[in-house]
Design a protein around this ligand. Structure first.
Ligand SMILES: NC(=O)c1ccc[n+]([C@@H]2O[C@H](COP(=O)([O-])OP(=O)(O)OC[C@H]3O[C@@H](n4cnc5c(N)ncnc54)[C@H](OP(=O)(O)O)[C@@H]3O)[C@@H](O)[C@H]2O)c1
Length: 271
């Protein structure tokens, strides 16, 4: 798809939820490079404002940085209000990584419920609001970030992998409903990616042993395949792993993913 087609299909404004760093920043830069204006969402205002300023001067686009927590009850109302006067043709719901690998019962239930709000409630709210407007217009695009961990359950990341499976199924169902009406929907399945959030969490991603993908490559594949939904796995190696896992007996897939969660955080084998 040419840049002109991309802009006319998915412009003039995009919302990136979880925009200020990592894969979200890569999405924001690449969307800005296509000439689409950006509503940038994240919790910390300073990195958000810095990104907005840099994108405006580098790409001559308009931005609206909005500092909010995507798990807040009123977040969709606030975003709807902040975008009431503009046409949003593209939504990327990026925020949603889990940080750490902890047994379900070794942390308060609020931790899991927060992840459900971020990865399930948030995407439902934003796709309902913005996707509904896109359906009326007969054009637009939605990308929900998922993970290779969506393919099976996993010890120590049980809620995370469950929410990421939710995102895949949500995107696939919406793809079936909206694609015939002119709106592209994609579940973008990422594997280990070297992001600041992952680095801060103590994950070994980014080390010589587990380099992980470059966030720019994940975003590039997502945007290039937005019209090729319902699902796209970023990276050759991740596609091979994803297919291998889907073909395994479930208990073997769960064992593989559980071992992977431990390995990435340098945790010892369990009894
Ligand atoms: N990194 C990986 O290895 C990997 C692997 C597979 C899939 N993924 C998926 O890729 C996506 C991005 O992951 P990531 O590693 O870059 O980390 P992330 O923490 O999901 O995303 C970072 C961005 O989201 C914002 N954010 C996080 N929580 C937020 C909240 N509650 N409300 C508003 N904004 C929030 C952050 O800014 P603030 O902190 O300022 O809010 C930052 O801009 C996630 O959906 C994740 O599941 C990542």
């Amino acid at each position: 798809m040419s840049t002109t087609e991309f802009t006319s299909n998915y412009g003039p404004w995009a919302v990136v939820a979880g925009a200020s760093e990592g894969i979200g920043e890569s999405f924001s830069r690449q969307i800005a490079a296509a000439g689409i204006n950006l509503v940038l969402v994240a919790r910390r205002p300073d990195p958000l404002t810095a990104l907005a300023t840099s994108l405006e001067s580098e790409f001559q686009i308009q931005t609206r940085p909005i500092a909010l927590d995507l798990t807040d009850d009123d977040m969709c109302d606030r975003l709807a209000e902040a975008t009431a006067d503009i046409e949003v043709g593209l939504v990327v719901y990026n925020a949603g990584a889990t940080h750490g690998a902890v047994r379900f019962h070794d942390e308060p239930v609020e931790k899991s419920l927060g992840l459900v709000r971020l990865n399930c409630t948030g995407p439902v709210q934003l796709t309902h609001h913005f996707g509904g407007l896109m359906r009326e217009r007969g054009r637009g695009g939605i990308i929900l970030l998922s993970s290779v961990s969506s393919v099976s359950g996993s010890a120590r990341t049980a809620t995370y992998s469950a929410t990421k499976a939710f995102d895949v199924n949500l995107a696939e169902g919406l793809w079936a409903e909206l694609k015939p009406l002119g709106v592209d929907v994609l579940a973008l399945v990422a594997g280990a990616t070297h992001t600041p959030a992952m680095e801060r969490s103590g994950a070994l991603i980014g080390s010589a042993e587990f380099p992980g993908m470059d966030p720019n490559d994940v975003a590039r594949e997502g945007l290039a395949n937005l019209a090729n939904g319902p699902t796209w796995v970023a990276g050759d190696q991740n596609r091979a792993t994803y297919d291998m896992l889907r073909a395994l007996p479930k208990k073997d897939a769960v064992g593989f993913m559980s071992a992977g969660a431990r390995t990435i955080y340098g945790l010892p084998d369990e009894p």
